[in-house]
Design a binder for this molecule. Sequence first.
Ligand code: OXD
Length: 307
Amino acid sequence: MIVISSTLPDIQKILVKVFEKYAPPNSFCVAQSPEAKEATTAACWFPDMPYLQTLPKLQVIHSIAAGVEHLNLNEVSAEQFVCRVLDEHHQKGMFDYLLWGVLYYQRYFDRMLQQQQQQIWKQHRQSYSHHIQIGIMGLGHMGGYVAEHFAAMGYQVSGWSNSVKDLAQVKSYVGTEQLAEFLAQSQILINLMPLTADNTAILSEALFQQLPEQAVLIQVGRGQHLVEQDLLKALDSGHLRGAIVDVFDEEPLAADHPFWQHDKIVVTPHIASHAPMSVVVEQILENDRRIQANLPLCNQVDLTKGY
Ligand code: OXD
């Protein structure tokens, strides 16, 4: 039995609808229902963890997405497992979004949109993929996929992560000692890291200063990676050329947030990529079958690493 738990009422409603559509009847229930006492797995997005911990049979806390920071991992009991959804459509969708972002700057669409506002006819020197240095922070399931796909298209790609990665035509930088070298050659910096205590607020003034003049940021990790005021400062000083931001400290973004009106920021509403809901439900059902059959779980999170 799967119990659906989100403290965000709209998301809770959507999750109930998708389970109704893709899961067998009687395989799921909602939080606070009498059936929840039988639940072995919880399907979660910002769940009610204290409530979940009252369910006697619960063994798997399952994120409905790739990220798990919304689960409050420190409230997971030692007997429970945490799993997330990893999926190839999700990877492909992320690559499509990032390719759009890279081309937006590579082919000067940011400048073209501003020129159009002022009816300025000005051509820019065409630049090709092999001219562009892309730096990717986080080379896991998503970052590794994206890095190899950009490299296969002829971009110069490097990545920064906690351990050395062996990815085709991708230069791997590791740990704090190699961060400065990695940043110094990242004209387009893409953040795809999972959020952990170590990298919270890493996208800060000190980091931006180490990027080349006129570098750009594509922020698709988590809002808490970014010090928003520092990004504004780096853009307003002219050091950074622009930023595409898809994830925010507070979502939805407040109506008076300065990012909305900033002419060097493109805001998208946390849509960079999602796994199809049919896949989300299928992976959660599969892990629920596995826990009941005492089989190894898929896409289990290493709680010592937090991803
Ligand atoms: C995820 C997300 O965690 O969509 O997968 O943010």
